[in-house]
Design a protein around this ligand. Sequence first.
Ligand code: ATR
Length: 274
Amino acid sequence: MTSIKSGVVGYPVAHSLSPRVHGFWLKEHGIDGEYARYEVKPERLGDFLEHLDAIGLAGCNLTLPHKEEALNFMDELDASAKAIGAVNTVVVREGKRIGSNTDAHGFIQNLRDHVALQDYLEHAVVLGAGGAAKAVVYGLLEAGAKHITLMNRTRTKAEAIAAQFGARVDVSEWGYWEAFADASLLANTTALGMQGKEPLTLSLDALPKAALVTDIVYTPLETELLTAARTRGNVAVDGLGMLLHQAAAGFEAWFGIKPTVSKNVREATLKVMG
Ligand code: ATR
């Protein structure tokens, strides 16, 4: 039997943790497979994707800056890729490239690992309005969120997402932290608070203690937002599980085994994060 191959395509791609994650699962399950890094310049992306099959890849993950451009080179898009407007996972099936976006699934599954999510879906406040925010909003709506409020520095970007996703999504002004007053869930999808970026400066004073707080930033694992939330008594969930669960969906599609997002894979990933 020939070995199954996949990998992550980005530019740059050296920083990607995905090879470590997939490498761990391949070894854990004794699969004769490979998951590599492919550094592909934006102008070469179409050519690369059109030759996935010829290169012998069962599919790939896409990372910055390719997630949106990749939409143009898929034979089929699933509902998540269409709604989010970005592809992070490609599966080649009978010669066809099928694009999906597993970020929303990763976000939701990570929360489900820690809490009974249905208890937190009354009113979610989402910080940010980039690609990650779209995935989070899509995931929350699919999970049954009743009301989502988007807050973003550039308000028009939040309004565009709200308009796309319909009546359950509205917008509040960035900096109006009183909007947290009846939130049951607060999610940061901006890069603020990430190592090397500006801090996320906000006030949690209005946030109910019963609200769930999560951050998609996982470097550092324990962001200031999560620490502040835990300190005042909120349940807080870090973002590493989102990375692992979004990866697990692709792994299952290419290699045929559903991997477990275990403590061991978390630790192996954290080890390379330093
Ligand atoms: P991604 O697609 O990965 O989510 P992005 O599109 O660059 O990344 O989005 C980054 C998010 O962080 C945006 O919501 C951005 O706000 P703007 O839309 O106003 O740019 C937010 N962000 C970045 N720097 C910020 C800052 N200093 N203060 C507030 N928000 C910030």
